[in-house]
Design a protein around this ligand. Structure first.
Ligand code: ADE
Length: 263
């Protein structure tokens, strides 16, 4: 998968060098390219924002600068080696060549980003993130992009960040770990919170069996797989009902057995 991130703070994306995402990049599973939006500004001050029409506080990011940035990033993916287009040749295979990306715009007014959305994005060959700052990007940037490529505006939660960079990090990490070969043991993708059964994950324990007067639940030491599985499901149900009752309401009743209902 190819990921481009356009931002006025490229350094914010440095964590994409680390951990699993960094490993995926080095393994060639993920091709990440971070761009400084100011490269597309055309004045001496490298201006990317202006005052809002209609008045009000703050500044709005200019559609022309964003539009040209997106045009160039999109063109870099459709370029062939001979046509002279500015495509960094870093030796990483780009399965997206000749394809169009999905534009992802992090914004608190977007669609809520969740695990289902992470799976949808993981099925795309190429994502381009447009990280806005200030009061956001002029609406015409998204309107214009949507005439040519699919666009999703996403929010990572009901709170306001200073810009889209941290949200882009969140989305890239959630998506990258779904790509084949990125997470070592694929079973760990199945059992975790927001997995297939729609429940939060059960509590987990490791050695020692007793620590600071707190004991690992006996059933986990019993070696009885059936009882362990039942205990884990009960705990997941209990925890979900307590912390996220909204998730319980969304579970298909067909997937709940009589024991589940009693928990
Ligand atoms: N930019 C600012 N706040 C945000 C949020 N909650 N989600 C995504 N992008 C944002």
């Amino acid at each position: 998968m190819r990921v481009d991130v356009v931002t006025i703070f490229p350094d914010y994306l440095a964590p994409l060098e680390l951990s699993l995402v960094g490993k995926a990049r080095r393994a060639g599973v993920l091709d990440v390219r971070v761009h400084d939006l100011r490269e597309w500004a055309d004045d001496r001050h490298r201006t990317v924002d202006d005052t809002p029409y209609g008045g009000g506080a703050g500044m709005v990011m200019k559609p022309d600068v964003w539009g040209e940035a997106l045009d160039d990033v999109v063109a870099s993916g459709t370029a062939t080696p001979d046509d002279g287009a500015a495509t960094p040749d870093d030796g990483v295979a780009t399965p997206d060549d000749g394809r169009r990306p999905r534009l992802v715009v992090p914004t608190p007014s977007g669609r809520r980003f969740d695990q289902a959305c992470a799976h949808e994005f993981a099925a795309e060959p190429w994502l381009v993130f447009a990280c806005g700052r200030y009061e956001g990007i002029d609406e015409r940037f998204v309107d214009d992009a949507a005439n040519r490529i699919p666009v999703t505006e996403v929010s990572i939660g009901d709170y306001v960040l200073n810009g889209g960079e941290v949200a882009a990090l969140v989305v890239v990490e959630a998506v990258a770990r779904l790509l084949p070969g990125v997470v070592g043991n694929p079973d760990s993708l199945v059992e975790e919170s927001h997995g297939v059964d729609g429940l939060l994950e059960y509590p987990v324990y490791t050695k020692p069996p007793s620590w600071r007067g707190l004991d690992v639940p006996d059933v986990l030491l019993s070696g009885h797989h059936g009882k362990v599985a039942r205990w884990r499901r009960d705990e997941a149900l209990r925890r979900t009902a307590q912390r996220r009752p909204d998730l319980i309401d969304r579970i298909d009743p067909e997937r709940l057995d009589a024991h589940d209902r009693a928990v």
